[in-house]
Design a protein around this ligand. Structure first.
Ligand code: N2P
Length: 347
């Protein structure tokens, strides 16, 4: 009986291997990334060049990603957290340190996107794309002028507005409008902006973080507050879709690739990170999702039209002076609750 045990185990393992890996490591690279952000062509090219299979799962907010990651359900090799989410994950020891020797293409990043305050020395993360949150409107039906948030949420536009489904973002629009810094999310400041946000959100028709350009294209909405890459795609489609950097204040997000502590495929994950930092690959990302590309070498490959898209590269905007979100710790749940209750009341 005893002597047969190893054989039995081996047989069981062979069957279980297909399902669970049975102690052997799963060699598929598992990506957990924002929707509408990672072109399928980039994934296919990576697999073609390296033989490494890739599985992709999407999310629509940092909070959704963090909830899933920290619940430990899925096992991911690469995640795509924004600035403040990187900062929180590093603080909690959730990320693996990167081996820079495996990522020589780091040199392609523009200096202003290296060594950012949320991850000094790029110890744990590498920028994917940066961008802004701003206003887009259909100039054929919205006469304007539209310069700031207050021009979006007017009685005239009620029922014609799309906004991101993202509590941290929405709260920041209220804060800057009241002259409060975007990271000062104290309970007192949240109480202060509540009436303003309640009024604004009562006029919203669509909440969509995945593809807010869709209701704009269909004419379901005529004005909105969206990611700059979505604004850029709309402008590419038709210049009647105008982009505005809100006068009250605008923040920049920097989304990154990072390796969660539970990943057993660190080498392959670093290979992927190095791959996307190649100028030709990074250009492919810009071609599909025209955000602000932090890769200086890739930016040189973009067409004049791409570089002149006012939503991708807002003229006159100095990214080195842009404000970015920082980790707000426990206050995140209050931010979330504020928006959830306002939305529930305006339904
Ligand atoms: C991509 C969403 C942009 C991410 N669909 C904003 N941090």
């Amino acid at each position: 009986m005893k002597t047969k045990l190893p054989k039995l185990m081996a047989a069981l393992c062979a069957g279980a291997l297909l399902l669970a890996g049975c102690g052997k490591k799963d060699d598929t690279l598992r990506l957990f990334v924002w929707s509408e952000y990672v072109p399928q062509a980039v994934i296919d090219k990576f697999t073609e060049e390296t033989g490494i299979k890739v599985a992709v799962e999407n999310y629509a907010s940092n909070e959704e990603m963090l909830a899933k990651l920290l619940a430990g359900g899925g096992s991911y090799d690469i995640i795509q957290p924004s600035d403040y989410a990187v900062q929180g994950l590093v603080k909690d020891g959730e990320l693996q340190e990167l081996d820079h020797a495996k990522i020589p293409n780091l040199k392609n990043l523009a200096p202003e996107f290296r060594n950012m305050p949320f991850d000094p020395g790029n110890k744990y993360s590498v920028p994917w794309m940066a961008g802004f949150v701003g206003i887009v409107y259909n100039a054929e039906v919205v006469p304007g002028p539209v310069v700031g948030y207050r021009d979006v949420f007017t009685p005239d536009h009620a029922g014609r507005i799309v906004v991101l489904d993202d509590a941290r973002e929405i709260v920041s629009w209220g804060l800057v409008t009241e002259g409060i810094p975007i990271n000062d999310v104290s309970s007192a400041n949240l109480a202060k902006i509540r009436p303003l946000l309640a009024d604004w959100l009562s006029k919203v028709k669509v909440y969509d973080s995945d593809s807010p350009r869709t209701p704009m294209l269909s004419g379901d909405t005529d004005i909105g507050v969206v990611w700059s890459g979505e604004g850029a795609l709309l402008f590419e489609e038709n210049p009647k879709f105008q982009w505005v950097m809100p006068a009250e204040g605008v923040h920049m997000f920097v989304d990154n690739l990072a390796i969660p502590k539970n990943s057993k495929n660190k080498d392959k994950a670093e290979e992927f990170i190095n791959f996307i930092l190649r100028p030709d690959i990074s250009k492919m990302i810009s071609d599909d999702f025209p955000y602000y590309n932090p890769n200086a070498e890739a930016r040189k490959l973009l067409s004049e039209d791409q570089r002149n898209n006012p939503a991708s590269y807002p003229p006159g905007f100095d990214v080195t002076k842009a404000e970015i979100f920082s980790d707000i710790g426990e206050q995140a749940s209050e931010v979330d609750e504020l928006i959830t209750t306002i939305k529930a009341k305006s339904n």
